[in-house]
Design a protein around this ligand. Structure first.
Ligand SMILES: *Cc1c(COP(=O)(O)O)cnc(C)c1O
Length: 398
């Protein structure tokens, strides 16, 4: 045992990376750094290099790194109880449910451990509630990696390897096309699942009337309106949830990513009426809504509210957007800049991968999605000064 610990300590960065190749199932293409610790927007790798984190662990770390209040609440809860299962009542989970429900248009919550699990449960609830069999989803969407959610994901590359085993009844239509949805609706339509703003698909923002039209159609036809707010929720796009921007109310909403400031957690929320689709035994989870993650969610939620981070998301998001638009004057490679709050995309006329590498070498962590869209999703605490540094580096790199 001592020998093993010693081995890990003396491994250098390159050896650690080789060890991963040896032991891990090969699913991720990683950036060639090992992140070791962080503070606010800053993170450091094992070689001592410093970075400004403009991707926040895929739009997760909404409070940045090393938030003292979050650490304190997680530590306090760990000293009391870490896990008890859903066989027993659990105070932090009840506290968070009350807090969250009171800030949304929905009435009931079911806790999960990830975005995919939230969507999986949301779809199951809609199927059970309506007793129908079809789900309409949209092109370029991303809903997760389980067989059901990858089927609902409108990106061929993720589901093609499993083509023979994908669940039935999911119909894909183009995003931001209400007529396509109307054509796809049938007597068997249980639900329409859509992201209010597509994240993974390239930060795609629908027309103002798209979501209201879906809501109206769902009401008319008795279809469950599911919004996937896994990426857009908890202030990422400005308001607590992105659907508030469009003035709509979903019947079910799935959440995850930012919910607990970095701990693995998710949930779906439903209206009182739709929630009746499930009765005891219909759905479940061992870990979902455990006391540890709910303590983190309570702390994260309180910090977002107390420190006005929703306002900072709007203010800094607008500032970033304006600064990126200014770059368009000097760089023809930029095709379009778009975003809401601190979910911002810069579409290029070419593949964006090389810019992610060049920015990292300059000390900035960003992402490229959908091939040619640079995606920025910094912690909600980001400052003007940090944005200025990012934009200056981008200007040089582009
Ligand atoms: C990330 C994401 C998911 C999947 O979340 P996991 O936690 O990776 O399962 C689902 N929907 C959207 C919109 C996402 O951004």
């Amino acid at each position: 045992m001592v020998y093993k610990i010693f081995m890990v300590i003396i491994m250098n960065t390159k050896e650690l990376m080789e060890a991963e190749d040896k032991y891990f199932v090969n699913t991720f293409t990683r950036q060639p750094i090992i992140l070791d610790h962080g503070d606010g927007l800053k993170v450091w790798d094992t070689e001592g290099n410093e970075y400004l984190d403009f991707f926040a662990g895929i739009a997760v770390n909404c409070l940045g790194h090393k938030n003292p209040k979050l650490i304190l609440e997680i530590t306090k809860q760990a000293e009391k109880l870490i896990h008890i299962s859903n066989i027993y009542y659990n105070e932090p989970a009840i506290e968070f449910a009350e807090k969250l429900v009171n800030k949304t248009c929905l009435d009931k919550i079911f806790y999960t451990n990830s975005g995919a699990e939230s969507n999986e449960g949301a779809i199951k609830l809609a199927l059970k509630y309506t007793g129908k069999s079809e789900i309409i989803s949209t092109s370029n969407s991303f809903h997760g990696r389980t067989l059901l959610t990858v089927t609902a994901t409108g990106q061929e590359k993720y589901k093609e390897p499993y083509a023979k085993n994908l669940p039935q009844g999911i119909i894909e239509v183009p995003y931001n096309d209400i007529d396509a949805i109307k054509e796809a609706v049938s007597d068997e339509t249980a639900a329409i699942i859509v992201e209010p703003i597509q994240g993974e698909g390239g930060v795609n923002i629908p027309d103002d009337d798209y979501l209201p039209e879906i809501e109206k159609l769902c009401k008319e036809k008795g279809i469950v309106f599911i919004l996937d707010e896994v990426q857009t929720g908890f202030g990422r796009c400005g308001p607590l949830f992105a659907h508030e921007i469009f003035g709509v109310k979903p019947d079910i909403m799935s959440v995850a990513k930012g919910i607990g400031g970095g701990v693995p957690m998710g949930a779906f929320l439903a209206t009182e009426e739709v929630s009746k689709g499930f009765v005891p035994g219909d759905h479940g989870t061992t870990f979902g809504g455990g006391p540890l993650v709910c303590a983190a969610a309570n702390a994260t939620f309180d910090i977002i509210m107390d420190e006005d981070l929703l306002k900072n998301s709007i203010d800094m998001g607008t500032y970033l957007l304006i600064k990126l638009v200014e770059l368009m004057d000097n760089h023809e490679v930029i095709k379009e800049v778009r975003g809401a709050g601190l979910l911002v995309g810069m579409e290029l006329n070419k593949d964006g991968g090389e810019y992610v590498d060049l920015m990292r070498e300059k000390g900035f962590l960003i992402n490229c999605t959908a091939g040619n869209v640079l995606r920025f999703a910094p912690p909600l605490i980001v400052s003007k000064e940090e944005i200025d540094l990012l934009v200056k580096a981008l200007d040089e790199v582009l």
